[in-house]
Structure formats: structure tokens, C-alpha cells
Design a protein around this ligand. Structure first.
Ligand SMILES: [Zn+2]
Ligand SMILES: [Zn+2]
Length: 74
């Protein structure tokens, strides 16, 4: 299965993780089993675990503690 770069359109090999044309990321490893996945994959195709990444989407901080916003990710 050939992938193509979302940034420059260059065709990449299935196991390429970065674009050879512009260097942008083509895939990222599963956070659980490290299998290379497309950057837009919501779930791992190897272990089925949901991926924590939210590309292109910012998560608004809706939680407030003691009157001040608290969105610590640590
Ligand atoms: Zn590219
Ligand atoms: Zn996995």
C-alpha cells in the first residue's frame, strides 16, 4: 500500500516514516506496540489500541481548578 505525502504529494513507500521530498512525517509508531501507523490513524492496526494523537485538532481546556484553568498533561 503506497502512501503519499500530505504536504508535497510525493509518493512514499509503505514503510517510509518520513517524506523523502519535504521531510514531513508520514507515519508515527503506535503508542503501545510501535507499529508504524498513518498520522491520521485513530486506532492501531496491529493491536487495536486507540491512539492518543489528535493531529490538527486542539483540545480546549475546559477544566478549572480553584478558579484557574488547569490543563496539565503531565
Ligand atoms: Zn513531502
Ligand atoms: Zn499498536
Amino acid at each position: 500500500m503506497a502512501a503519499s505525502c500530505a504536504q508535497c504529494g510525493r509518493t512514499a513507500a509503505a514503510d517510509d516514516r518520513f517524506c523523502g521530498g519535504c521531510g514531513s512525517e508520514l507515519s508515527t509508531p503506535c503508542t503501545h506496540c510501535s507499529r508504524p501507523l498513518p498520522t491520521d490513524a485513530a486506532f492501531c492496526t496491529a493491536c487495536g489500541r486507540p491512539q492518543q494523537r489528535t493531529p490538527g485538532r486542539s483540545v480546549p481546556c475546559t477544566r478549572t481548578v480553584g478558579g484557574s484553568a488547569s490543563c496539565s498533561s503531565t
